[in-house]
Design a protein around this ligand. Sequence first.
Ligand code: ADP
Ligand SMILES: O=P(O)(O)O[C@H]1O[C@H](CO)[C@@H](O[C@H]2O[C@H](CO)[C@@H](O)[C@H](O)[C@H]2O)[C@H](O)[C@H]1O
Length: 476
Amino acid sequence: MTQLEELLARWMPRQRWFAGKGAPVERVLIEREHPIGGADPGPHGPGMRALVVAVHQRGGRARYLVVIGLCAKGRLRDELAHCAIGACTLGGAQRTVYDALHDPELTGRLLRCIARGAGTGPVRFRRLPEPAEPIATGMRSLVHTGEQSNTTLVFGERYVLKTFRRLWPGLNPDLELNRALSGSPYAARPHGWIELDIEADGGGGEVPTTVAMLQQYLRSATDGWVLAATSVRDLYAEPGTPPGEAGGDFAGEAERLGAATAEVHRALARALPTDVLSPGALRGLADAMAHRLETAVEQVPGLAPYQDALRAAYDDFARVEAPLPVQRVHGDYHLGQVVRTDRGWVLLDFEGEPAVPVAERRRPSSPLRDIAGMLRSFDYAARHQMIGSADEEALAPVARAWARHNRDAFCAGYAAAGGIDPEKHAVVLRAFEYDKAVYEVLYEAHNRPTWLRIPLDSIASLAGSPRASERTPPPR
Ligand SMILES: Nc1ncnc2c1ncn2[C@@H]1O[C@H](COP(=O)(O)OP(=O)(O)O)[C@@H](O)[C@H]1O
Ligand SMILES: O=P(O)(O)O[C@H]1O[C@H](CO)[C@@H](O[C@H]2O[C@H](CO)[C@@H](O)[C@H](O)[C@H]2O)[C@H](O)[C@H]1O
């Protein structure tokens, strides 16, 4: 490995967005290295390069976008010390390398390039023709903090630039679906994007690949997760009160969120291809769920006691006789993906599950998959504050009541806005809820082991067994 690759091999696994946590890094290879507005430090400031970095782990390869800033060794500005990657020799000169997305001097160049639509060369900056007004530049960016799979920059409360960290060849569904929804009150308007070519998986030439999306910043936005968690906290403080009578009742918001979700599904079905799944295709989906379960059990043995119940639910799903309409959906729908603004709920992050190949994520699916995702999120919101609480026994029924109350409100809002009635599709919904919970087991085992018991406990109670936390050995 080169010196820079050695540095990246140490730095990348420590980043929140790194998807391969827990597995040793076998090799790091810089597959592409493109200068953006000058690769070397010069009179106008530090240099910048976009890298496509392949990380080899457990015999597989994952590719990531890393945008590096370069300055003379030891000359990194103090305010950027926290994002240093290290020092090495590059092109015969000693350089300090750092994460360019934290340097407003460099990110300003990205915004200016999109505004100009600098559309030729290996890194292409695209701007959308509408809205017609030019993209404003000159604002300093801030990195959005919080638990994230990608890195989002906020420019002067006007735009967000979301850089996709894990790269899969092709058009990113976040850009594709936001473009399809452009102008909808339930989505944030896209303004442009950045793409570069990467090698298709399994050879077959290069594919233009979305690496960033510029989108309207929603100034008045409050995270759905924060609002729901506040409501749960308030209910915990008055344990005897039914959730509908508590001061911080969330059901009105849950109902409006259900309605917004139905509107977005309808708009996506109008704009993008739809289909109906045959019974054979349902079997294929059930098998894919069973396969994910097997992978999860290998890594988290605490899931094993529930395997039979989950498989039985997937088999019931495979036997559903009614045709299953499918269309493009959100794909990783939860309370952290929706924000409440002064104009109502807005849906963000249509990327789907970042660990799943893009071709699979772009396949039409049932809207019930998204509904299941949000219902799982209500369950998370209800349970997460119990972790480590001395009052857990007393709080468990309160959490269940909150989740049930808001689940009903969300489903009612979805059906009233013209979507299907989720409660009338119990077998399909249950299979999607289990499948999402299994995904979450893997996600938590790798990212937040102390939260692993949330999906495990949910699976245990959905499967009618004692709580997983009472019988679960730690993940492997
Ligand atoms: N257009 C936007 N306006 C305001 N806040 C946003 C916008 N896009 C993203 N955010 C904030 O950034 C967070 C993460 O964005 P998201 O697209 O979900 O990234 P990730 O894929 O990394 O989770 C959101 O939960 C929201 O708080
Ligand atoms: O980073 P993304 O938002 O694309 O999604 C990943 O991270 C999420 C956590 O940040 C994770 O969501 C899980 O935890 C949420 C609470 O933090 C909860 O509301 C969701 O229901 C639960 O799935 C998501 O699964 C993962 O893909």
